[in-house]
Design a protein around this ligand. Structure first.
Ligand code: SF4
Length: 328
């Protein structure tokens, strides 16, 4: 089996596939309030998305994550999951804002999805609405419980921490995760897209600061557990919940990078923090159904993969594209 190795001898074992740029939220760190979404003709069909996933699996990728925008707003998402669910993946995951889980959780589980990451940045309904601009906290909590009832284990919350916005809730979020038997990762905001809501220089909150807030209440013990993602995990002595930190600024993880992304337009993005990419949609539409042509394009893209990102915390926007194009 051909495997995907870049020029820094890093093997790509994980692909994140965005199935839509649309979302029913407008999170302040992800996109601006007014967004223009891609026309239907420009986005990959469900068949093309399924083919992309199969191509990566045939090239040795062990983990596929479906993202957005919000993947559960994509019509036919359960069908796409059931197709990818036949590829024999040990780790088939999705990142969602949780609202659509009451409707979809059982079908996703039955379709072969193995893990869920659910975004939750606040437990205060008013603040939650401010941070998401449109979101209803209770629908997300109902979604979390529906996912658990559908049989998902090790559900993980993702919380982006903004100083002066939700850093005062870090311990509350940990306690919610403990009560609900969930894992939780705290994420340093990444400077993708020119967000209008806040100054990233002012709101940047490092993982070390977040960890200190938690350790004032719960001592953390580092663990070597991994989910093939960038989280550094810690354990608490009296809980099975795992605490993770995703720290692109304060604990750079590019040297062990094992992933690439595909946008819903079919752009193979070699790195979240750069624009190096290859147009897989052109290959898919020039050679419909031709798996060899698609796999060749993916293999030939590997030398383009940059060594690392060049993010700063001073609020400068290095990458113009908003986070909703890749879903993190
Ligand atoms: S920023 Fe780029 S190189 Fe660094 S971990 Fe992310 S995708 Fe990999």
């Amino acid at each position: 089996m051909t495997t995907l190795i870049d020029d820094f001898n890093r093997r790509v074992r994980y692909v994140r596939i965005s199935v839509t740029d649309r979302c029913d939220f407008r999170c302040v760190y992800c996109m601006s309030e007014e967004m223009t979404f891609l026309p239907r003709a420009q986005i990959l069909t469900l068949e093309e998305l399924s083919m992309v996933a199969r191509a990566f699996v045939e090239l040795g990728v062990e983990k596929v994550r479906l993202t957005g925008g919000e993947p559960l707003v994509r019509r036919g998402i359960a069908q796409l999951v059931s197709e990818i669910g036949t590829l024999g993946l040990d780790d088939f995951a999705m990142t969602t804002n949780g609202v659509g889980l009451v409707k979809h959780a059982q079908a996703l589980r039955d379709g072969g999805l193995t893990r869920l990451n659910i975004s939750l940045d606040s437990l205060d309904a008013d603040k939650f609405r401010q941070l998401t601009r449109t979101g209803d906290l209770h629908k997300v909590i109902d979604g979390i419980r529906a996912a658990r009832d559908a049989g998902f284990e090790r559900i993980k919350l993702n919380a982006v921490v903004l100083k002066g916005r939700n850093d005062d809730e870090v311990v509350d979020l940990v306690e919610f995760a403990r009560r609900e038997h969930l894992d939780i990762s705290f994420i340093e905001e990444m400077p993708l897209g020119d967000v209008s809501d806040h100054s990233r220089a002012e709101t940047f909150c490092s993982s070390d600061e977040v960890q200190a807030l938690i350790e004032a209440r719960y001592p953390l013990v580092p663990t070597t557990e991994s989910t093939l993602g960038p989280s550094r995990y810690f354990r608490m002595a009296d809980s099975e919940s795992r605490i993770g930190f995703i720290s692109p600024h304060s604990h750079n993880f590019c040297s062990t990078c094992n992933r690439v992304r595909v946008t819903v337009e079919g752009r193979l993005l070699l790195c979240l923090g750069n624009e190096h990419s290859v147009d897989l949609r052109a290959v898919l539409r020039r050679h419909p159904g031709n798996m060899d042509a698609l796999k060749t394009a993916i293999v030939e893209a590997m030398p383009l993969k940059p060594e690392r990102h060049h993010f700063t915390t001073d609020g400068d926007v290095q990458v113009v594209r908003f986070m909703n194009m890749t879903g993190g």
